[in-house]
Design a protein around this ligand. Structure first.
Ligand SMILES: Cc1ncc(C[n+]2csc(CCOP(=O)(O)OP(=O)(O)O)c2C)c(N)n1
Ligand SMILES: CC(=O)[C@@H](O)[C@H](O)COP(=O)(O)O
Ligand SMILES: [Mg+2]
Length: 625
């Protein structure tokens, strides 16, 4: 194989000696590396392909890790990983024990923060910039944020602070007009107007001519001093009503795939005293035709064939919980026109597409704005609608206050459909749905359902919509159990569990699909002569106290949940047993009190002892004690 430029890049310093033609070859090599690795491991390919030139230009003008480059979400940072000494590990991307799919300071000093959740980069970058000011240090701070992430509440709050504090920092707005799906919202429209505005184009073209006539911008600045810098600024910096009125200077949109233009602009704006937003226009999926054509599918994709982009064949499996939920919600929407579905930028991920297509007027995508999604739902509920907010467990953490104050306090009829509850796999610690059972259990008036299979899920949704007050239901990423769903959804009795297997030596009280792994464990133990009862608890709140006390009669109670141990359902069971002075041993199986890393779900379940073997071992130990 021909030697590649990429193989000679072990740190960002190595980029600084390259010519522009070499940089463009390097960008191509980086894209090939990203495509071939994601074809094997899956990953956030489209966003990362779109940001290659931004990463190269930023690393050429910055001196990282002294300077700080802060990525929002971090799903666009694969090129950053490749040029910061992680090329040889790159084939391990998103695999167990391998590189994370997001930036992670434990992994590299070049990673400024643990990313994964949207819209936090501006606050983190502002923190770095403020600290530099306080320390009297000269480090430069640059944040890279996508157009959709910029619409998140946290990013707006940060802009509000940055503009007021006039922090010297640069915000690279990577505007590709896409969220995971098409971007939505009024800010999106504003950015579109900025892109389309002729005034900007003229300013940009004039600036370019000026630069071409007098050499690259850096030379102007060096040779002609501050006066030239000011005049160049007039050419380069246009105004956006939103950003300018917040005190943040905004550049005219520039081509985010032109390294020289990016670099010149960054060099210029890094010398200004206050905050500057550099408006960069990119193409999501740039350089790989299947991703350019279908950026939504290639936002986060599983293994695929490089030549065609087609998904690699998978073993046949039952439909995903998400699909079952989406279909069930569609049926509920057909039966009752008060049902309104809300997503926070995850229309496809939460299975809401069928509902959105059938009932566009009753479907709301608020963008990356989980707090708004839940607040909006409470208003809809007060007005007599039946809102169902479908959000991933990890992102719903953002809405805890709205859940407590706007939903629970007023007992609003809001259904919180919590997708990706439990371990999600390759996205890792930032994305595991570890805490929803804990935080939902603590909220007064909240009813909490943890269906174990598809039938439970369909009935849980039906019940949640029928009950007064807020109800949450959680279900995991991945395929269902292959259980057929009821033709007509059934009302569940509040706080009533379902016996899955009788047994008298020990009893597993299971919350969610872990019940099926407990069943497997029980079958294994039956061969050893240990007779284990398994209960699908269904309700995490209110708990089925009768089932708990009946379990105590076996003398050996084991709880199992795919959620955090501390404050989890196991603790709820212990409370019931203690209140009734039950005489039995109790073992709680749950996610340990640490952040679980990334890897495949079976690998992670094995690591935390929540696969069938792990459960069998714990039950055996508890019984034999
Ligand atoms: C709080 C939060 N909500 C939702 C997501 C899921 N998510 C990840 S990337 C993304 C879209 C990001 O779009 P943008 O910022 O424009 O970046 P692009 O992918 O277009 O480069 C979404 C909704 C998330 N990571 N964090
Ligand atoms: C980066 C991000 O937050 C999302 O793209 C997330 O990875 C989607 O996860 P799913 O693949 O589970 O929909
Ligand atoms: Mg975008």
């Amino acid at each position: 194989m021909e030697p590649r430029i990429l193989d000679a890049i072990s740190a960002p310093e190595d980029l600084k000696v390259l010519t522009y033609p070499e940089l463009s070859i390097l960008a191509q090599e980086i894209r090939e590396e990203i495509v071939s690795t994601c074809a094997e491991n899956g990953g956030h390919i489209a966003s990362s392909l779109g940001a290659v030139e931004i990463v190269l230009a930023a690393h050429r003008v910055l001196n990282c890790p002294h300077d700080k480059l802060v990525f929002d979400v971090g799903h666009q940072a694969y090129a950053h990983k490749l040029v910061t000494g992680r090329r040889s590990q790159f084939p391990t991307l998103r695999t167990y024990g391998g590189l994370s799919g997001f930036t992670k300071p434990e992994e590299s000093p070049y990673d400024a923060h643990p990313s994964g959740h949207a819209s936090d980069s501006l606050s983190v970058a502002a923190g770095y910039a403020k600290a530099a000011q306080l320390n009297g240090s000269n480090e430069k701070v640059v944040a890279v944020i996508g157009d959709a992430s910029l619409s998140g509440g946290m990013a707006f709050e940060a802009l509000n602070y940055i503009g007021q504090a006039q922090l010297p920092m640069v915000i690279i707005l990577n505007d590709n007009m896409m969220s995971i799906s098409r971007n939505v919202g009024a800010l999106m429209k504003h950015l579109g107007n900025m892109r389309a505005d002729n005034r900007y184009r003229k300013l940009r073209d004039a600036a370019q001519e000026e630069l071409e006539a007098s050499g690259v911008l850096g030379k102007i600045l060096l040779d002609l001093g501050k006066r030239a810098k000011e005049s160049a600024k007039q050419f380069f910096l246009a105004s956006s009503m939103i950003f300018e009125s917040l005190g943040i200077t905004c550049t005219a949109p520039i081509d985010g795939h032109n390294i020289r233009e990016l670099e010149d602009t960054l060099r210029l704006v890094l010398q200004t005293e206050g905050p500057v937003l550099v408006h960069v226009v990119t193409k999501k999926g740039a350089g790989y035709a299947p991703a350019e054509q279908d950026p939504e599918r290639f936002h986060g994709v599983g293994p695929f064939e490089v030549a065609t982009g087609a998904a690699k064949p998978k073993k046949p499996a039952p439909p995903a919980f998400t699909t079952v939920f989406g279909q069930a919600l569609l049926e509920e929407g057909r039966a009752d026109d008060a049902v309104v579905a809300i997503t926070a930028a995850m229309e496809g991920g939460t299975g809401l597409k069928p509902f959105a297509e059938q009932f566009p007027e009753r479907f709301i995508d608020v963008g990356i704005a989980e707090e708004n999604a839940v607040g909006l739902a409470s208003g809809l509920a007060f007005a007599g609608k039946k809102p169902v907010v479908a959000i991933y467990s990890t992102f719903l953490q953002r809405s805890f206050d709205q859940i407590v104050v706007d939903c629970a306090l007023s007992q609003a009829n809001v259904v919180l459909a919590i997708d990706r509850a439990g371990l999600v796999g390759e996205d890792g610690a930032t994305h595991h749905g570890a805490f929803d059972l804990v935080y939902m259990r603590t909220v007064p008036h909240m009813r909490v359902l943890a269906p174990a299979d598809e039938a439970d899920l369909v009935n849980a949704l039906h019940t949640a919509l029928a009950l007064p007050g807020p109800v949450s239901l959680r279900y995991p990423r991945g395929n269902g159990m292959g259980v057929s769903v009821p033709e007509v959804p059934q009302m569940l009795e509040v706080g009533k569990s379902r016996l899955m297997r009788e047994g008298s030596d020990a009893c597993v009280l299971a919350f969610g699909p872990v019940a099926y792994r407990a069943m497997e464990a029980a079958e294994m133990l039956a061969e050893e002569g240990i007779d284990v009862r398994v209960v699908d608890m269904l309700w995490a709140k209110p708990l089925d106290k009768e089932a708990v006390l009946a379990a105590a009669e076996t003398g050996c109670v084991i709880t199992a949940e795919e959620g955090a141990m501390v404050g989890g359902c196991g603790e709820g069971v212990i409370e019931v047993l203690a209140q009734h002075r039950a005489q039995c041993s109790v073992t709680t199986l749950a996610l340990p009190d640490r952040f679980v890393r990334h890897g495949s779900v079976p690998q992670l379940l094995h690591e935390v002892g929540l696969d069938a073997e792990g459960i069998a071992e714990s039950v055996r130990n508890a019984f034999l004690q």
